[in-house]
Design a protein around this ligand. Sequence first.
Ligand SMILES: [Zn+2]
Length: 77
Amino acid sequence: MSDINKGKIKCPVCGQEWGKGVEICEQCGWDLESRTYLAAPSQEEQNKWNKKLEIARRNWQHLKQSKVEVEEEKKRG
Ligand SMILES: [Zn+2]
């Protein structure tokens, strides 16, 4: 877990970097601490975490896309 000791945590979902101590990504809502609990995850826990991450990423991409559409909608008036 060397990335946590550097003082910055990069959100695995949206890629935003946060300072140490931030528990929830304020941009996408990902639980940044969820990985800390899984210091030595079983294969099943790892699979579950990967699945969760995959879904969160998909949702984030979807959300980002709809934000862009809203912005373009605004520009058009
Ligand atoms: Zn995030």
